[in-house]
Design a protein around this ligand. Structure first.
Ligand code: SAH
Ligand code: SF4
Length: 365
């Protein structure tokens, strides 16, 4: 990894929250250090959340120096928080190359919006920008910059726990980027997030959201961990989906449904179909009827989300009464359908919006 600092090109050290226990053990062996040090270091990083190498007081000073010369302690610099402790909070992080990503922490029992819950959910980013260019999405607007590495993905959870002082119970890959297009780094990050020596969050508490990359859905279906899957559907027919989601040209509805049927053959958890309601674009009740058919064929539940306004886009959300009518069509067809009154509208929680503002202010985009 190379990083430009003014005119100097400096080598960037790997960040410890991306290093697996196996790689760390191999590194320690190379250094002639005893094997039991791995457990201690992992504990300092993931459980005690050490603020510096110097804070790792049960390691000899020579090892702390070697660690500092070989690794960064964190992949992310926290630069801003929007929101307050009892509402949805959005964290902005700066990366080693000057780019920004964001994570959104949705608290237990949110005071203002939505259903009551005793779990804290973190929404994480998987890429800087997104190459998939969905017409309604702030992340798609600025285009794609790069994949996040495992430390930058898993590090968001670690940093959120450090900043909030609370444990994250649930994780959703619904921030910036298409996680399935960054498959290998995503899976490395998930190994760190779920590993007993690292973050140790149960796979059942992780949900990956995808715009519909059929081959990767099949690949994840064959993965042994019971990770949950949500699909950004947003159009029940090729005609509507083609217009707002370019990915549909590559993997049309029939192919997507096929991959989801394969998912069902190897996973126990119910699939979720996400459906943003955009006035006059995809909210025809006929779409609801066809969506209900798709949902029933794969036993999926449907999450309806009124469109969140994005700066620079003219679209609007339908009236609440129309959203309810759309929901009723699904319910009457026997499909579990929730209407999500979104959280954090007031703090730019739609994916990619805070980062876009920051990068625009700095002239990066
Ligand atoms: N790329 C993945 C995950 C990130 S997007 C995916 O598309 O699933 C996370 C969710 O935010 C998706 O369901 C996406 O459709 C939704 N989203 C994007 N822009 C939105 C907007 N303007 N209003 C409401 N939801 C939006
Ligand atoms: Fe990318 Fe998902 Fe946004 Fe589409 S909705 S542009 S896939 S982040």
């Amino acid at each position: 990894m190379m990083e430009t600092t003014g005119n100097i090109v400096a080598k960037t050290l790997p960040a410890l929250p991306g290093v697996s226990p196996e790689i760390l053990s191999a590194w320690l062996a190379e250094q002639g250090e005893p094997a039991f040090r791995a457990k201690q270091i992992l504990e300092w990083v993931w459980k005690k959340k050490a603020a510096s190498f110097d804070a790792m007081t049960n390691l000899p000073a020579t090892l702390r120096e070697k660690l500092a010369a070989s690794y960064r302690l964190s992949a992310l610099t926290h630069t801003k928080t929007q929101g307050s402790a009892d509402t949805t909070r959005k964290f902005l992080f700066r990366l080693h190359d000057g780019r920004y990503i964001e994570s959104v922490l949705i608290p237990a029992n949110p005071a203002l919006y939505g259903e009551k819950s005793d779990r804290r959910t973190l929404c994480v980013s998987s890429q800087v920008g997104c190459a998939y260019g969905c017409k309604f999405c702030a992340s798609g607007l600025a285009g794609y910059t790069r994949n996040l590495d495992a430390a930058e993905i898993a590090g968001q959870v670690l940093e959120a726990e450090i900043i909030s002082g609370e444990r994250v119970d649930n994780l959703v890959f619904m921030g910036m980027g298409e996680p399935m297009a960054n498959f290998n780094n995503l899976m490395d990050a998930i190994a760190l997030i779920t590993g007993s020596e690292t973050l140790h969050l149960g796979a059942r508490h992780l949900t990956i959201s995808t715009s519909g990359l059929a081959p990767q859905i099949r690949k994840l279906a064959d993965h042994p961990q019971q990770i949950r899957l949500a699909i950004s559907f947003h159009g029940a027919t090729d005609e509507v989906r083609d217009r707002i989601m370019p990915v549909n040209k590559k993997y049309p509805v029939a192919e997507l449904m096929d991959a989801l049927a394969h998912w069902n053959s190897s996973k126990k958890q119910k699939l979720t179909l996400e459906y943003i309601l955009i006035k006059g674009v995809n909210d025809d009740l006929n779409q609801a009827t066809i969506l209900a058919r798709h949902a029933r064929s794969i036993g999926a539940k449907v999450n309806l989300i009124p469109y969140n306004t994005v700066e620079g886009l003219e679209w609007e959300r339908p009236a609440l009464s129309h959203c309810r009518a759309f929901q009723d069509v699904l319910k009457n067809a026997g499909v579990t359908a929730t209407l999500r009154i979104e959280k954090g509208h007031d703090i730019d929680a739609a994916c990619g919006q805070l980062r876009l503002k920051q990068e625009t202010a700095e002239g990066i985009v």
